[in-house]
Design a protein around this ligand. Structure first.
Ligand code: PNS
Length: 164
């Protein structure tokens, strides 16, 4: 049985994330979606909020579970017998950062491989930052986020609160 991890900030979940999670769920027996701390970013949604939104957005995908973790990704992977890290790659601009993380994780634990899935063309430009910006400026985020979490994300972002 192969367990894969889809790690990320998911601040908040987008249609691009759901696309990668769904495709990973078809490739691996078990997929753990791990909401992790990215020290380079100040989050807008709390870890619990992000987990809740992901749980709703991935409801019905049998082999997917959502977790939160505040340590090193490779440590979480090893503790949970995950041997693969799955990341979505949107554009050339993602490559350097993702390549650096993949090499670092491989150095930290050579038993864990990183696999990149190319984002589907309709999600090439999409990011959580774009969603936050559009919502906070009163734009329509329905093309960017799963319908089942649209209202929650919008009302939360409109409040303009900043939670950790
Ligand atoms: O969605 P993001 O912000 O691009 O995801 C980045 C994330 C959260 C996967 C990355 O920052 C991470 O793995 N954080 C956990 C801490 C860690 O293991 N850092 C070393 C990896 S270079």
């Amino acid at each position: 049985m192969t367990t894969a991890i889809c790690p990320g900030s998911f601040d908040p979940v987008t249609l691009g994330h759901v696309d990668i999670i769904k495709r990973a769920s078809k490739m691996f027996d078990r997929v753990i979606v791990a909401v992790l701390v990215n020290l380079a970013k100040v989050p807008c949604f709390s870890i619990d909020e992000r987990i809740h939104l992901l749980e709703k957005a991935t409801e019905g995908i049998e082999n997917v579970e959502i977790v939160g973790f505040d340590g090193l990704l490779v440590d979480y992977a090893a503790q949970n017998n995950a041997t693969v890290i799955v990341k979505g790659l949107r554009a050339v601009s993602d490559f350097e950062y993702e390549f650096q993380m993949a090499l670092t994780n491989n150095k930290l634990n050579p038993d864990i491989e990183t696999v990149f899935l190319t984002t589907s063309s309709e999600n090439m430009y999409l990011s959580s930052s774009i969603v936050k910006q559009v919502a906070q400026l009163g734009g329509d985020i329905s093309p960017f986020v799963p319908e089942c979490v649209h209202d929650e994300i919008l009302s939360r972002l409109k409040k303009g609160e900043n939670k950790k």
